[in-house]
Ligand binder design. Structure first.
Ligand SMILES: Nc1ncnc2c1ncn2[C@@H]1O[C@H](COP(=O)(O)OP(=O)(O)OP(=O)(O)O)[C@@H](O)[C@H]1O
Ligand SMILES: [Mg+2]
Length: 498
Protein backbone atom coordinates (compact mmCIF):
# COMPACT_ATOMS: atom_id res chain seq x y z
CA UNK A 1 0.00 0.00 0.00
CA UNK A 2 2.73 2.41 1.01
CA UNK A 3 6.46 2.13 0.79
CA UNK A 4 8.98 4.66 2.02
CA UNK A 5 12.44 4.11 0.56
CA UNK A 6 15.62 5.62 1.98
CA UNK A 7 13.94 8.73 3.33
CA UNK A 8 16.28 11.35 4.79
CA UNK A 9 15.15 14.61 6.35
CA UNK A 10 17.12 17.21 8.29
CA UNK A 11 16.01 20.28 10.20
CA UNK A 12 19.06 22.52 10.47
CA UNK A 13 21.69 20.36 12.14
CA UNK A 14 19.16 17.77 13.37
CA UNK A 15 18.82 14.58 11.31
CA UNK A 16 15.17 13.69 11.93
CA UNK A 17 15.11 10.79 9.45
CA UNK A 18 18.27 8.99 8.40
CA UNK A 19 17.80 6.62 5.45
CA UNK A 20 14.42 5.33 6.66
CA UNK A 21 12.68 2.54 4.77
CA UNK A 22 9.24 1.26 5.83
CA UNK A 23 6.79 -0.99 4.01
CA UNK A 24 3.09 -0.94 4.92
CA UNK A 25 1.07 -3.92 3.65
CA UNK A 26 -2.50 -3.27 2.51
CA UNK A 27 -5.33 -4.27 4.85
CA UNK A 28 -3.11 -4.24 7.95
CA UNK A 29 -2.70 -2.15 11.08
CA UNK A 30 0.93 -1.13 11.36
CA UNK A 31 2.35 0.42 14.53
CA UNK A 32 5.33 2.75 14.63
CA UNK A 33 7.07 3.06 17.99
CA UNK A 34 10.21 4.73 19.29
CA UNK A 35 11.58 7.24 21.76
CA UNK A 36 10.62 10.90 21.78
CA UNK A 37 12.39 12.56 18.89
CA UNK A 38 13.09 9.27 17.09
CA UNK A 39 11.54 10.66 13.90
CA UNK A 40 8.14 8.92 13.83
CA UNK A 41 5.98 11.97 13.20
CA UNK A 42 8.45 13.36 10.69
CA UNK A 43 8.51 10.28 8.49
CA UNK A 44 4.72 9.99 8.46
CA UNK A 45 4.32 13.70 7.77
CA UNK A 46 6.55 13.15 4.76
CA UNK A 47 4.25 10.37 3.55
CA UNK A 48 1.36 12.82 3.96
CA UNK A 49 3.15 15.59 2.07
CA UNK A 50 3.27 17.86 5.10
CA UNK A 51 7.07 17.91 4.86
CA UNK A 52 9.17 17.13 1.79
CA UNK A 53 12.07 14.68 2.19
CA UNK A 54 15.61 15.77 1.36
CA UNK A 55 16.19 12.39 -0.26
CA UNK A 56 14.34 9.13 -0.82
CA UNK A 57 11.28 7.83 -2.56
CA UNK A 58 7.63 7.21 -1.78
CA UNK A 59 5.67 4.42 -3.49
CA UNK A 60 1.91 4.01 -3.33
CA UNK A 61 0.46 0.73 -4.60
CA UNK A 62 3.90 -0.10 -5.98
CA UNK A 63 4.13 3.02 -8.11
CA UNK A 64 6.42 5.97 -7.48
CA UNK A 65 4.35 8.79 -6.03
CA UNK A 66 5.20 12.45 -6.21
CA UNK A 67 3.76 13.69 -2.91
CA UNK A 68 4.59 17.36 -2.43
CA UNK A 69 1.59 18.47 -0.36
CA UNK A 70 -1.28 16.97 1.67
CA UNK A 71 -3.50 17.56 -1.41
CA UNK A 72 -1.30 15.14 -3.37
CA UNK A 73 -1.50 12.60 -0.54
CA UNK A 74 -5.30 12.90 -0.24
CA UNK A 75 -5.59 12.45 -3.99
CA UNK A 76 -3.66 9.18 -3.61
CA UNK A 77 -5.97 7.99 -0.82
CA UNK A 78 -3.77 8.87 2.15
CA UNK A 79 -5.28 10.60 5.18
CA UNK A 80 -3.68 11.73 8.43
CA UNK A 81 -5.06 12.60 11.85
CA UNK A 82 -2.68 14.82 13.84
CA UNK A 83 -2.40 14.68 17.59
CA UNK A 84 -3.66 18.20 18.02
CA UNK A 85 -7.09 18.31 16.47
CA UNK A 86 -7.71 20.92 13.84
CA UNK A 87 -11.45 21.49 14.18
CA UNK A 88 -13.42 24.73 14.40
CA UNK A 89 -15.39 24.65 17.68
CA UNK A 90 -18.27 26.87 16.63
CA UNK A 91 -19.09 24.89 13.47
CA UNK A 92 -20.94 21.61 13.02
CA UNK A 93 -19.36 18.27 12.28
CA UNK A 94 -20.43 18.39 8.62
CA UNK A 95 -19.26 21.98 8.17
CA UNK A 96 -15.85 21.06 9.55
CA UNK A 97 -15.62 18.04 7.32
CA UNK A 98 -16.41 19.77 4.05
CA UNK A 99 -14.28 22.74 4.96
CA UNK A 100 -11.38 22.51 2.55
CA UNK A 101 -12.69 19.41 0.79
CA UNK A 102 -12.91 20.04 -2.92
CA UNK A 103 -16.55 19.36 -3.53
CA UNK A 104 -17.21 22.45 -5.64
CA UNK A 105 -20.62 24.09 -6.04
CA UNK A 106 -22.66 25.99 -3.50
CA UNK A 107 -21.85 25.47 0.17
CA UNK A 108 -25.44 24.71 1.20
CA UNK A 109 -25.97 22.10 -1.49
CA UNK A 110 -22.71 20.49 -0.46
CA UNK A 111 -23.78 20.63 3.16
CA UNK A 112 -26.96 18.64 2.50
CA UNK A 113 -25.02 16.04 0.59
CA UNK A 114 -22.30 16.01 3.24
CA UNK A 115 -24.80 15.50 6.06
CA UNK A 116 -26.13 12.42 4.29
CA UNK A 117 -22.76 11.01 3.38
CA UNK A 118 -21.33 11.59 6.87
CA UNK A 119 -24.35 9.94 8.49
CA UNK A 120 -23.85 6.97 6.15
CA UNK A 121 -20.13 6.65 6.95
CA UNK A 122 -20.79 7.07 10.66
CA UNK A 123 -23.41 4.29 10.63
CA UNK A 124 -21.29 1.98 8.56
CA UNK A 125 -18.41 2.11 11.08
CA UNK A 126 -20.67 2.61 14.14
CA UNK A 127 -19.00 5.93 15.00
CA UNK A 128 -22.07 7.46 16.59
CA UNK A 129 -21.34 10.93 15.22
CA UNK A 130 -24.22 13.27 14.39
CA UNK A 131 -23.20 15.43 11.41
CA UNK A 132 -25.27 18.34 12.72
CA UNK A 133 -23.73 18.43 16.21
CA UNK A 134 -21.50 21.37 17.13
CA UNK A 135 -17.86 20.50 17.82
CA UNK A 136 -17.81 22.41 21.11
CA UNK A 137 -20.47 20.06 22.49
CA UNK A 138 -18.54 16.90 21.66
CA UNK A 139 -16.28 14.89 23.96
CA UNK A 140 -12.63 14.51 23.06
CA UNK A 141 -13.32 10.96 21.90
CA UNK A 142 -16.09 12.12 19.57
CA UNK A 143 -13.85 14.87 18.16
CA UNK A 144 -11.29 12.21 17.40
CA UNK A 145 -13.92 10.29 15.43
CA UNK A 146 -14.77 13.49 13.52
CA UNK A 147 -11.13 13.76 12.47
CA UNK A 148 -11.36 10.17 11.31
CA UNK A 149 -14.55 10.91 9.37
CA UNK A 150 -12.87 13.88 7.76
CA UNK A 151 -10.20 11.60 6.28
CA UNK A 152 -12.71 8.93 5.31
CA UNK A 153 -14.96 11.51 3.65
CA UNK A 154 -12.01 12.34 1.43
CA UNK A 155 -11.90 8.66 0.55
CA UNK A 156 -8.73 7.75 2.43
CA UNK A 157 -7.66 4.13 1.96
CA UNK A 158 -4.62 4.53 4.19
CA UNK A 159 -5.01 6.36 7.49
CA UNK A 160 -2.07 7.67 9.45
CA UNK A 161 -2.86 8.29 13.13
CA UNK A 162 -0.31 10.16 15.25
CA UNK A 163 -0.79 9.20 18.92
CA UNK A 164 -4.58 8.98 18.57
CA UNK A 165 -5.22 7.56 22.02
CA UNK A 166 -3.08 9.98 24.04
CA UNK A 167 -6.16 11.95 25.08
CA UNK A 168 -8.75 9.15 25.17
CA UNK A 169 -10.13 7.40 28.24
CA UNK A 170 -9.61 3.61 28.45
CA UNK A 171 -13.21 3.01 27.33
CA UNK A 172 -12.89 5.45 24.42
CA UNK A 173 -9.67 3.75 23.40
CA UNK A 174 -11.39 0.38 23.30
CA UNK A 175 -14.22 1.77 21.16
CA UNK A 176 -11.71 3.46 18.90
CA UNK A 177 -9.79 0.22 18.38
CA UNK A 178 -13.00 -1.56 17.42
CA UNK A 179 -13.53 1.10 14.76
CA UNK A 180 -10.01 0.53 13.45
CA UNK A 181 -10.68 -3.22 13.29
CA UNK A 182 -13.85 -2.61 11.28
CA UNK A 183 -11.86 -0.41 8.92
CA UNK A 184 -9.32 -3.17 8.46
CA UNK A 185 -12.18 -5.59 7.65
CA UNK A 186 -13.22 -3.17 4.91
CA UNK A 187 -9.73 -3.50 3.47
CA UNK A 188 -8.39 -0.19 4.67
CA UNK A 189 -4.85 0.23 5.96
CA UNK A 190 -3.91 1.97 9.21
CA UNK A 191 -0.59 3.33 10.47
CA UNK A 192 -0.65 4.16 14.17
CA UNK A 193 2.09 5.97 16.09
CA UNK A 194 1.90 5.30 19.83
CA UNK A 195 3.98 5.01 23.01
CA UNK A 196 1.65 2.54 24.66
CA UNK A 197 2.97 -0.96 24.27
CA UNK A 198 -0.23 -2.72 25.42
CA UNK A 199 -1.99 -0.89 22.61
CA UNK A 200 0.59 -1.98 20.07
CA UNK A 201 0.07 -5.59 21.14
CA UNK A 202 -3.72 -5.25 21.16
CA UNK A 203 -4.28 -3.57 17.83
CA UNK A 204 -1.41 -3.99 15.37
CA UNK A 205 -0.34 -6.67 12.89
CA UNK A 206 3.20 -5.35 12.37
CA UNK A 207 5.51 -3.04 14.30
CA UNK A 208 8.34 -0.83 13.10
CA UNK A 209 10.73 0.48 15.75
CA UNK A 210 12.66 3.72 15.22
CA UNK A 211 15.57 5.13 17.18
CA UNK A 212 17.66 8.26 16.48
CA UNK A 213 16.07 8.81 13.10
CA UNK A 214 16.66 5.24 11.90
CA UNK A 215 14.60 2.08 11.66
CA UNK A 216 16.07 -0.41 14.14
CA UNK A 217 13.51 -3.18 13.93
CA UNK A 218 10.54 -4.66 12.11
CA UNK A 219 8.53 -7.40 13.78
CA UNK A 220 5.26 -9.24 13.52
CA UNK A 221 3.17 -8.29 16.54
CA UNK A 222 2.23 -11.90 17.25
CA UNK A 223 5.91 -12.74 17.60
CA UNK A 224 6.90 -10.07 20.14
CA UNK A 225 6.24 -8.97 23.75
CA UNK A 226 6.10 -5.66 25.62
CA UNK A 227 9.47 -6.41 27.18
CA UNK A 228 11.14 -7.12 23.84
CA UNK A 229 9.64 -4.01 22.27
CA UNK A 230 10.78 -1.89 25.21
CA UNK A 231 14.30 -3.16 24.81
CA UNK A 232 14.30 -2.45 21.09
CA UNK A 233 12.93 1.05 21.61
CA UNK A 234 15.34 2.20 24.30
CA UNK A 235 18.29 -0.07 23.60
CA UNK A 236 18.35 -1.44 27.17
CA UNK A 237 15.99 -3.14 29.63
CA UNK A 238 13.27 -0.84 30.92
CA UNK A 239 11.29 -1.15 34.14
CA UNK A 240 7.69 -0.89 33.02
CA UNK A 241 6.65 -0.32 36.63
CA UNK A 242 8.98 1.52 39.04
CA UNK A 243 9.76 0.23 42.50
CA UNK A 244 9.38 2.35 45.60
CA UNK A 245 9.51 2.02 49.37
CA UNK A 246 6.57 2.89 51.62
CA UNK A 247 6.01 6.60 52.17
CA UNK A 248 7.06 8.23 55.43
CA UNK A 249 4.53 11.04 55.62
CA UNK A 250 5.41 14.02 57.75
CA UNK A 251 3.65 17.31 58.52
CA UNK A 252 0.62 18.45 56.52
CA UNK A 253 1.66 20.63 53.57
CA UNK A 254 -1.61 21.15 51.76
CA UNK A 255 -5.04 21.23 53.31
CA UNK A 256 -8.11 21.81 51.18
CA UNK A 257 -11.48 22.24 52.88
CA UNK A 258 -14.97 22.25 51.35
CA UNK A 259 -13.76 23.46 47.98
CA UNK A 260 -16.38 24.44 45.42
CA UNK A 261 -15.40 25.52 41.91
CA UNK A 262 -17.90 26.49 39.24
CA UNK A 263 -17.46 26.35 35.49
CA UNK A 264 -19.79 27.07 32.58
CA UNK A 265 -21.54 23.70 33.01
CA UNK A 266 -22.22 24.09 36.75
CA UNK A 267 -20.19 22.79 39.65
CA UNK A 268 -16.86 21.33 38.55
CA UNK A 269 -15.86 20.63 42.16
CA UNK A 270 -18.50 20.02 44.73
CA UNK A 271 -17.39 20.27 48.36
CA UNK A 272 -13.97 18.63 48.18
CA UNK A 273 -11.77 18.22 51.26
CA UNK A 274 -8.39 16.47 51.62
CA UNK A 275 -4.78 16.83 52.75
CA UNK A 276 -1.36 16.09 51.34
CA UNK A 277 1.57 15.58 53.70
CA UNK A 278 5.28 16.08 53.21
CA UNK A 279 6.87 12.88 51.91
CA UNK A 280 3.80 11.39 50.26
CA UNK A 281 2.30 11.18 46.80
CA UNK A 282 -1.46 11.52 46.79
CA UNK A 283 -2.99 10.37 43.51
CA UNK A 284 -6.32 11.39 42.05
CA UNK A 285 -7.88 8.75 39.82
CA UNK A 286 -10.86 9.47 37.62
CA UNK A 287 -12.19 9.66 34.11
CA UNK A 288 -11.05 12.91 32.56
CA UNK A 289 -13.41 15.84 32.94
CA UNK A 290 -14.61 14.94 36.42
CA UNK A 291 -13.03 17.97 38.11
CA UNK A 292 -9.35 17.01 38.15
CA UNK A 293 -8.23 19.93 36.00
CA UNK A 294 -10.17 22.41 38.10
CA UNK A 295 -8.77 20.91 41.31
CA UNK A 296 -5.16 21.40 40.24
CA UNK A 297 -5.77 24.82 38.69
CA UNK A 298 -7.62 26.09 41.77
CA UNK A 299 -4.77 25.08 44.07
CA UNK A 300 -2.24 26.66 41.68
CA UNK A 301 -4.32 29.85 41.80
CA UNK A 302 -5.12 29.87 38.09
CA UNK A 303 -8.91 29.83 38.43
CA UNK A 304 -11.20 31.39 41.02
CA UNK A 305 -13.01 29.29 43.59
CA UNK A 306 -16.57 29.84 44.81
CA UNK A 307 -16.23 28.53 48.32
CA UNK A 308 -13.87 26.73 50.64
CA UNK A 309 -10.29 27.22 51.78
CA UNK A 310 -6.81 26.22 50.69
CA UNK A 311 -4.03 26.15 53.27
CA UNK A 312 -0.29 25.68 52.82
CA UNK A 313 1.54 24.74 56.04
CA UNK A 314 -1.50 25.95 57.97
CA UNK A 315 -1.48 29.36 56.30
CA UNK A 316 -4.59 30.35 54.35
CA UNK A 317 -3.60 31.01 50.71
CA UNK A 318 -7.10 31.05 49.24
CA UNK A 319 -6.75 34.65 48.11
CA UNK A 320 -3.06 34.65 47.33
CA UNK A 321 -1.84 35.28 43.74
CA UNK A 322 -0.37 32.58 41.50
CA UNK A 323 3.04 34.19 41.65
CA UNK A 324 3.02 34.39 45.43
CA UNK A 325 1.95 30.74 45.65
CA UNK A 326 4.95 29.84 43.53
CA UNK A 327 7.20 31.80 45.86
CA UNK A 328 5.72 29.90 48.81
CA UNK A 329 6.88 26.65 47.20
CA UNK A 330 4.10 25.42 44.93
CA UNK A 331 5.19 24.12 41.53
CA UNK A 332 2.79 23.11 38.77
CA UNK A 333 3.24 20.75 35.83
CA UNK A 334 0.13 21.42 33.73
CA UNK A 335 -1.69 18.89 31.58
CA UNK A 336 -1.97 21.17 28.57
CA UNK A 337 1.63 22.00 27.77
CA UNK A 338 0.77 24.10 24.75
CA UNK A 339 -1.71 26.33 26.53
CA UNK A 340 -0.23 26.60 30.00
CA UNK A 341 3.26 25.16 29.96
CA UNK A 342 5.37 26.71 27.22
CA UNK A 343 5.86 29.72 24.99
CA UNK A 344 6.27 27.79 21.76
CA UNK A 345 7.97 30.55 19.78
CA UNK A 346 10.56 31.18 22.49
CA UNK A 347 13.75 29.20 22.88
CA UNK A 348 14.49 26.60 25.53
CA UNK A 349 16.56 29.00 27.64
CA UNK A 350 13.70 31.49 27.76
CA UNK A 351 11.19 28.77 28.49
CA UNK A 352 13.29 27.36 31.30
CA UNK A 353 13.12 30.64 33.23
CA UNK A 354 9.35 31.09 32.98
CA UNK A 355 7.99 31.71 36.44
CA UNK A 356 11.29 32.88 37.88
CA UNK A 357 12.06 35.47 35.21
CA UNK A 358 11.50 38.40 37.55
CA UNK A 359 13.74 37.42 40.44
CA UNK A 360 17.42 36.70 41.14
CA UNK A 361 19.53 35.13 39.84
CA UNK A 362 17.69 35.51 36.54
CA UNK A 363 17.32 39.27 36.96
CA UNK A 364 19.25 41.56 39.25
CA UNK A 365 16.20 43.08 40.91
CA UNK A 366 15.96 46.09 38.61
CA UNK A 367 14.83 44.04 35.66
CA UNK A 368 18.10 43.35 33.92
CA UNK A 369 18.40 39.77 32.71
CA UNK A 370 21.46 37.81 33.67
CA UNK A 371 22.20 35.85 30.51
CA UNK A 372 24.83 33.59 32.00
CA UNK A 373 22.53 32.61 34.88
CA UNK A 374 19.77 31.84 32.39
CA UNK A 375 22.04 29.70 30.26
CA UNK A 376 23.37 27.87 33.28
CA UNK A 377 19.86 27.09 34.48
CA UNK A 378 18.71 25.97 31.03
CA UNK A 379 21.74 23.72 30.55
CA UNK A 380 21.15 22.13 33.95
CA UNK A 381 17.53 21.34 33.16
CA UNK A 382 18.38 20.04 29.71
CA UNK A 383 21.14 17.86 31.16
CA UNK A 384 19.27 16.58 34.21
CA UNK A 385 16.10 15.81 32.29
CA UNK A 386 17.66 14.54 29.10
CA UNK A 387 15.97 17.06 26.82
CA UNK A 388 16.91 16.32 23.21
CA UNK A 389 18.38 17.91 21.20
CA UNK A 390 20.36 19.54 24.08
CA UNK A 391 20.52 23.01 22.62
CA UNK A 392 19.11 25.93 24.72
CA UNK A 393 18.84 28.09 21.61
CA UNK A 394 16.22 25.92 19.84
CA UNK A 395 12.63 27.11 19.88
CA UNK A 396 10.25 25.10 22.05
CA UNK A 397 8.07 24.30 19.06
CA UNK A 398 10.88 22.53 17.23
CA UNK A 399 11.08 19.93 20.02
CA UNK A 400 9.18 16.66 19.75
CA UNK A 401 6.16 16.37 22.07
CA UNK A 402 7.86 14.24 24.70
CA UNK A 403 10.89 16.49 24.91
CA UNK A 404 8.69 19.54 25.46
CA UNK A 405 7.19 17.69 28.41
CA UNK A 406 10.62 16.86 29.85
CA UNK A 407 11.60 20.54 29.69
CA UNK A 408 8.51 21.61 31.67
CA UNK A 409 9.03 18.90 34.27
CA UNK A 410 12.68 19.85 34.63
CA UNK A 411 11.83 23.52 35.05
CA UNK A 412 9.35 22.86 37.85
CA UNK A 413 11.62 20.36 39.64
CA UNK A 414 14.40 22.93 39.56
CA UNK A 415 12.29 25.09 41.91
CA UNK A 416 12.69 22.48 44.66
CA UNK A 417 8.98 22.68 45.42
CA UNK A 418 7.45 22.00 48.81
CA UNK A 419 4.27 21.04 47.00
CA UNK A 420 4.22 19.74 43.44
CA UNK A 421 0.95 19.76 41.52
CA UNK A 422 1.28 17.49 38.53
CA UNK A 423 -1.22 16.58 35.83
CA UNK A 424 -0.69 13.83 33.23
CA UNK A 425 3.10 13.92 33.69
CA UNK A 426 3.85 11.31 31.05
CA UNK A 427 1.28 11.99 28.35
CA UNK A 428 3.02 11.52 25.00
CA UNK A 429 6.27 10.58 26.71
CA UNK A 430 8.26 7.48 25.67
CA UNK A 431 8.73 4.46 27.94
CA UNK A 432 12.32 5.26 28.84
CA UNK A 433 11.31 8.78 29.83
CA UNK A 434 8.29 7.49 31.78
CA UNK A 435 10.60 5.33 33.87
CA UNK A 436 12.84 8.38 34.36
CA UNK A 437 10.01 10.77 35.32
CA UNK A 438 8.50 8.23 37.71
CA UNK A 439 11.85 7.83 39.45
CA UNK A 440 12.20 11.62 39.72
CA UNK A 441 8.73 11.96 41.27
CA UNK A 442 9.54 9.31 43.86
CA UNK A 443 12.91 10.94 44.59
CA UNK A 444 11.15 14.26 45.13
CA UNK A 445 8.78 12.57 47.58
CA UNK A 446 11.68 10.92 49.39
CA UNK A 447 13.38 14.29 49.69
CA UNK A 448 10.32 15.45 51.66
CA UNK A 449 8.10 17.20 49.12
CA UNK A 450 4.35 16.73 49.00
CA UNK A 451 3.05 15.60 45.61
CA UNK A 452 -0.49 15.78 44.27
CA UNK A 453 -0.72 13.69 41.10
CA UNK A 454 -3.55 13.56 38.59
CA UNK A 455 -3.42 11.08 35.74
CA UNK A 456 -5.91 9.49 33.40
CA UNK A 457 -3.59 6.46 33.27
CA UNK A 458 -4.73 4.16 36.04
CA UNK A 459 -1.46 2.24 35.76
CA UNK A 460 0.43 5.43 36.47
CA UNK A 461 -1.49 6.60 39.54
CA UNK A 462 -1.57 3.17 41.09
CA UNK A 463 2.17 2.72 40.55
CA UNK A 464 3.10 6.09 42.07
CA UNK A 465 0.48 7.07 44.63
CA UNK A 466 0.82 6.22 48.30
CA UNK A 467 -2.83 7.10 48.80
CA UNK A 468 -5.38 7.24 46.02
CA UNK A 469 -8.47 9.46 45.98
CA UNK A 470 -11.11 8.52 43.43
CA UNK A 471 -13.01 11.40 41.87
CA UNK A 472 -16.35 11.25 40.05
CA UNK A 473 -18.54 14.18 39.01
CA UNK A 474 -16.57 16.70 41.06
CA UNK A 475 -16.65 14.70 44.31
CA UNK A 476 -14.28 12.29 45.97
CA UNK A 477 -16.13 9.00 46.06
CA UNK A 478 -13.53 7.16 48.08
CA UNK A 479 -9.95 6.73 49.20
CA UNK A 480 -8.14 3.47 48.51
CA UNK A 481 -4.75 1.91 49.09
CA UNK A 482 -3.41 1.33 45.57
CA UNK A 483 -1.32 -1.60 46.79
CA UNK A 484 -4.33 -3.64 47.84
CA UNK A 485 -7.08 -2.44 45.49
CA UNK A 486 -7.56 -3.87 42.01
CA UNK A 487 -7.87 -1.70 38.91
CA UNK A 488 -11.37 -3.16 38.38
CA UNK A 489 -12.52 -1.91 41.78
CA UNK A 490 -11.03 1.53 41.16
CA UNK A 491 -12.54 1.63 37.67
CA UNK A 492 -15.96 0.84 39.12
CA UNK A 493 -15.65 3.69 41.63
CA UNK A 494 -14.56 6.06 38.83
CA UNK A 495 -17.75 5.40 36.90
CA UNK A 496 -19.88 5.89 40.00
CA UNK A 497 -20.38 2.19 40.62
CA UNK A 498 -22.14 1.25 37.39
N1 LIG B 1 9.63 21.56 12.39
C1 LIG B 1 10.77 21.19 12.97
N2 LIG B 1 11.81 22.05 13.10
C2 LIG B 1 12.97 21.66 13.70
N3 LIG B 1 13.20 20.43 14.20
C3 LIG B 1 12.20 19.52 14.11
C4 LIG B 1 10.94 19.86 13.49
N4 LIG B 1 10.14 18.76 13.54
C5 LIG B 1 10.86 17.81 14.17
N5 LIG B 1 12.10 18.25 14.51
C6 LIG B 1 13.16 17.46 15.16
O1 LIG B 1 13.27 16.24 14.48
C7 LIG B 1 13.45 15.15 15.38
C8 LIG B 1 12.35 14.11 15.15
O2 LIG B 1 11.11 14.67 15.60
P1 LIG B 1 9.73 13.92 15.51
O3 LIG B 1 8.69 14.92 15.86
O4 LIG B 1 9.62 13.23 14.20
O5 LIG B 1 9.88 12.84 16.67
P2 LIG B 1 8.82 11.77 17.21
O6 LIG B 1 9.44 10.42 17.05
O7 LIG B 1 7.50 11.97 16.58
O8 LIG B 1 8.80 12.12 18.77
P3 LIG B 1 7.55 12.17 19.84
O9 LIG B 1 7.35 10.75 20.28
O10 LIG B 1 8.10 12.97 20.99
O11 LIG B 1 6.38 12.78 19.18
C9 LIG B 1 13.47 15.76 16.76
O12 LIG B 1 14.81 15.94 17.16
C10 LIG B 1 12.79 17.09 16.59
O13 LIG B 1 13.28 18.02 17.54
MG1 LIG C 1 5.64 12.66 17.31
Amino acid sequence: MLELRNITKTFGSVIANDDVSIKIEPGTIHAIVGENGAGKSTVMRIAYGFYNADAGEILVDGKTANIKSPQDAIWLGIGMVHQHFMLVDTMTVAENIILGAETGGAFNLDLDKANEEIARLSNELKLGVNPKAYIENLSVGAQQRVELLKALYRNAQLLILDEPTAVLTPQETEDFFNILRRMREQGKTVVIITHKLEEVLAISDFVTVMRDGKVVGNVKTSETTAKDLARMIVGRDVLLRVEKTDAKPNETVLSVQNLIVKNSHGEALNDVSFEVKAGEIVGVAGIEGNGQTELIEAIAGLIPISQGSIELFGKNITNVSTRKRKELGIAHIPEDRHRRGLLLDFDLAENSMLGVHYRPPVTNGIGILNQSAINKRASEIIGNFDVRPPNPQLSAKSLSGGNQQKLIIGREFELNPKLLLVSQPTRGVDIGAIEFIHRKLIALRDAGSAVLLVSAELEEVTALADRLLVISKGKFVGEVDPKTTSNEEIGLMMTGGN
